[in-house]
Design a protein around this ligand. Structure first.
Ligand code: SF4
Length: 194
């Protein structure tokens, strides 16, 4: 079954995966790993103007045991990398990671012996945000990408068989309806037509 099926008597059938993923994707708690200037934009992301409470992620957690989304913002020195990895290891599974800005993703302008050339050298990064610094809107976009990633995975089976790679289900993107309401086209088709 897999599709939501509204019945006449006010019932709704769904999958456990869909419910778990819905809850997880709307309650991500960021672990702010602010290391340099990008951290200022990350703070703005959580401030009232951008209202990330709309996505259930306004509660920044400074304890790894209460967080499931690490945001690495700023360049990472080799000294700091060990600490970041330790914090990451203390976060409970399932967890996700965003690399924010050019420095976190590639070392940026800091092409030197003391800076790690990308935090994916020691962390499993899910989403990279380009820019120097990225705007808070870009961080929100990355958060939405993480949400979509969570919604399109077999969470229950994956949690039950820890460590086994599960195939992702097909992306559940909405269709796009043209202004005249006739041609319904999926975003995938739209992109491939370009
Ligand atoms: S990407 Fe730019 S704003 Fe972000 S930490 Fe590096 S220099 Fe600073």
């Amino acid at each position: 079954m897999g599709q939501e099926l509204p019945l006449q008597e006010g019932f709704l059938t769904t999958r456990v995966d869909a419910v778990v993923n819905w809850a997880r994707s709307n309650s991500l708690m960021p672990m702010p790993m602010g290391l340099a200037c990008c951290a200022i934009e990350m703070m703005a992301f959580a401030a009232p103007k951008y209202d990330v409470a709309r996505f259930g992620s306004e509660a920044m957690r400074f304890s790894p045991r209460q967080a499931d989304l690490m945001i690495v913002a700023g360049w990472v020195s080799y000294k700091m990398a060990h600490t970041i990895r330790r914090v990451w290891d203390q976060m409970a599974d399932p967890k996700w990671c965003i690399s924010m800005g050019a420095c976190a993703s590639s070392g940026g302008m800091h092409r030197c012996y003391g800076v790690v050339q990308g935090c994916d050298n020691f962390l499993p990064v899910d989403i990279y945000i380009p820019g120097c610094p990225p705007r808070p809107e870009a961080v929100i976009h990355a958060l939405m990408d993480i949400q979509e990633k969570i919604r399109n995975q077999y969470s229950v089976e994956h949690d039950g068989i820890f460590g086994r790679n599960m195939p992702n289900v097909a992306a559940n993107r909405p269709t796009i309806v043209t202004p005249d309401g006739e041609n319904v086209i999926s975003p995938v088709e739209l992109y491939t037509q370009r």
